[in-house]
Write a protein that binds this ligand. Structure first.
Ligand code: GTP
Ligand code: MG
Length: 594
């Protein structure tokens, strides 16, 4: 199937032509038929001589309904431009063409209709010249009459050729279905329709809907009035959603492949063509079937930042258009350069940003994104529309292979980070010689990294991670003076393991709080309380001794059995309680837990 949107001035015969081609009525509303005027989008389809199917999105021509027109053409990459032979080129002919141009529509056919009323020659010549100057370029042109049927076979053949020349749809891309209608079907619930431009939909699929907490489920699918279990792009689809209230969604919403789109309310864009210097500060952004008010902040000569009134699932490279609703005027097309741009807080940031944007053209560029963002998750890039092909589980140093988890890094930046990590660890070791390395989280903060797996990935020999710290591989070797002091303690107290050195003896040995901390972390001493330390094997020995006592035993009995003082016995028993080796009974006696 291929999908074509009509375009052209009010009353030039768009709906009549669609009706003549398809035998279907594109004007769905009674009011439209009463007024003889299209108000909202209409849908009709037919089989072409080749056997292929063409679906039309028929748009209104009246200037009041341009927003509806834009919702129809937004997701459709081909146009049937209709100009009446007897009226010729008119304001909405021009506005519709400007819209197609702004959106970058490159495929089209010109039909000069009402050719039974006037010589189609002049209208055709003018229209061809106007169209040739746009993204559509030279298009085939056919004179037709919706009334007499003259020219219809030629138009059908031209549509067939147009279809044959369209690029193959990206059926494996994620789905972003811009909703153009939503309604309720009795017994089925909510149904939305749209033009599926890429990807495929299946009954049972889960889809993401902006603002909804839970994915929505595809309960049923229709293409051109027929039930399907699957629909692949390009297609007009009607999607029946399970359990989604009708008022939850409408035109301008998008149904998405879950997790594949970044919703953004801030984008940097390039203005297409010759941008007007005096772009109004507020405009409406039209993209897909959505129309969202935006605030415009000029950056460079042809780049601006747009603040959207509500977030949209936009991708790098998306085409959109800006329109001034007050002046009924298409201000121009834009191409999305960045869907997650940096804030412009510092002085001079806007000028610097403008300079960066001169390098961007809306084509996804992995190396460039990494250079600018330095560090980003592959998934985040993918959601911005920058394809990343990572091999799961394979971690490489830099570039397209993640450095850790799904983090990608700019090679130069990653190299600098590695150097800075080494420097920070060395500095920490100088400033804290008794600590066995720098805590991973302190390093993470110091290097301003968002995830500790990145710190871990940066650690290289001779550094290593041990017990949550990064240090030299021999970092738990105690500094020599401390090691000497510990050896002395061992020599003096080895045969009376529950006698702790008195405070002044510790001072004599050179064991201040920091040295004791280092020895405790290294497992060379056991700290019971401030200035109360034992050799580390004392705990197991104590349990053995206490287990030999009649149970339960008192503090005093324990103190005597261990041959020690209350200064040691009290915190030692409390430590054993905490470790579950002993249990304190209500009368303060204890038992050894076996
Ligand atoms: N004689 C003649 N009249 C036509 C032809 N095509 C359309 N008309 C008449 O022109 C009027 C407008 O036709 P529509 O098809 O409604 O025009 P439209 O472009 O769809 O108008 P909007 O949707 O409101 O923009 C109707 O009265 C049609 O009968 C044609 O080829 N020949
Ligand atoms: Mg119409």
């Amino acid at each position: 199937m291929f999908v074509v949107a009509t375009a052209g001035h009010v009353d030039h015969g768009k709906s009549t032509l669609v009706r003549a081609l398809t035998g279907m009525e594109p004007d769905r509303w009674a009011e439209e038929r009463r007024r003889g005027m299209t108000i909202d989008l209409g849908f009709a389809w037919t089989t072409l001589p080749s056997g292929g199917t063409v679906a039309f999105v028929d748009v209104p021509g009246h200037e009041r309904f341009v927003p509806n027109m834009l919702a129809g053409v937004g997701p459709v990459p081909a146009a049937l431009i209709v100009v009446a032979a007897d009226e010729g080129w008119m304001p909405q002919s021009a506005e519709h063409l400007a819209a197609l141009d702004a959106l970058g529509v490159a495929y089209g056919v010109l039909a000069v209709t009402r050719a039974d009323l006037a010589d189609p020659g002049p209208a055709m010549a003018r229209a061809r010249a106007e169209i040739a100057a746009t993204s559509l370029g030279a298009v085939p042109a056919v004179a037709v009459s919706g009334r007499t049927g003259a020219g219809l076979p030629e138009l059908r053949a031209a549509l067939d050729r147009l279809a044959a020349g369209l690029p193959a749809p990206a059926v494996d891309d994620p789905v972003r279905l811009w909703v153009d209608r939503s309604f309720t079907v009795r017994g089925s619930g909510t149904v939305v329709t749209g033009t599926l431009g890429a990807g495929r939909l299946r009954v049972g699929d889960a889809l993401e809907l902006a603002g909804a907490d839970e994915p929505v489920r595809v309960r049923g699918l229709h293409c051109l009035g027929e039930a399907r279990t699957e629909a692949a792009a390009v297609a007009r689809v009607a999607v029946n959603l399970r359990g989604t209230p009708r008022d939850r969604l409408g035109r301008g919403d998008a149904l998405l492949t879950p997790g594949r789109f970044h919703h953004t309310d801030l984008v940097d864009v390039r203005l297409a063509g010759d941008p007007a210097a005096d772009l109004p500060a507020t405009l409406t952004l039209h993209v897909g079937s959505a129309a969202v008010p935006v605030r415009v902040r000029p950056l460079g000569a042809d780049t601006v930042r747009l603040r959207l009134a509500r977030p949209l699932p936009l991708l790098v490279g998306d085409r959109a258009l800006l329109r001034d609703p007050g002046r009924h005027h298409v201000s121009g097309g834009v191409r999305v350069l960045d869907v997650a741009p940096p804030p412009l807080a510092r002085r001079g940031a806007a000028a610097a940003r403008a300079q960066v944007l001169t390098e961007l053209d809306g084509r996804p560029d992995l190396a460039g994104e990494l250079r600018r963002r330095r560090l980003i998750r592959a998934g985040a890039l993918l959601r911005m529309g920058v394809p990343v092909h990572v091999e799961p589980g394979r971690h490489g140093p830099v570039g397209a292979q993640p450095v850790a988890g799904d983090w990608l890094a700019d090679p130069a930046y990653w190299g600098r980070l590695g150097e800075r990590l080494t420097e920070e660890v060395a500095r920490h070791a100088r400033e804290h010689p008794l600590e066995p390395g720098m805590p991973v989280d302190a390093l993470r903060q110091r290097l301003a990294l968002p995830d500790r797996v990145l710190v871990e990935a940066l650690v290289r020999a001779p550094l290593r991670i041990h017990a949550g710290r990064v240090g030299a591989a021999n970092a738990d070797a105690l500094p020599e003076p401390v090691a000497l002091a510990v050896r002395r303690v061992r020599a003096e107290y080895g045969d009376r393991p529950f006698r702790a050195p008195e405070a002044d003896r510790l001072v004599d040995l050179g064991l201040g709080p920091r040295e004791i901390g280092a020895a405790v972390r290294a497992g060379a001493l056991l700290r019971l309380a401030d200035n109360v330390v034992l050799l580390p094997d004392a705990l197991d020995d104590a349990v053995r001794v206490l287990a030999g006592l009649p149970q339960p035993f008192t503090l005093s009995a324990a103190r005597q059995a261990l041959d020690t003082t209350r200064r040691v016995a009290v915190p030692l028993l409390e430590l054993l309680d905490r470790r579950g080796a002993t249990r304190r009974l209500p009368d303060d006696a204890r038992i050894v837990v076996t």
